[in-house]
Write a new protein. Sequence first.
Length: 105
Amino acid sequence: MTNADDLKLFSSMNSNLDAVLLQSDLDCLFNWCTVNKLHLNIEKCSILSYTRKSQPLNYVYKINDLVLSRSDSVTDLGIVFDTKLDFSQHIDSMVSKAYHRLGIL
């Protein structure tokens, strides 16, 4: 069985219609993966919304009728991205790793 290692979908959200369109994209992606015999580990799939809005649009996204969990942050290629894109988590992580490598606790 072949696994799709890393896939991302991005979309700007201004209304519920945008969320419905993103859900449609997820459905198309799942169908494409199925046709091409690529297995998606849906338990590892998640939603991360980047926003500075106080009331972001929260839509329940699904793949193959399974609800995707929401994350506060994700690490991609060693960089920590959070919902506000302020990179403080990434900086804290890098400082901690540097201290650890230097033997400083």
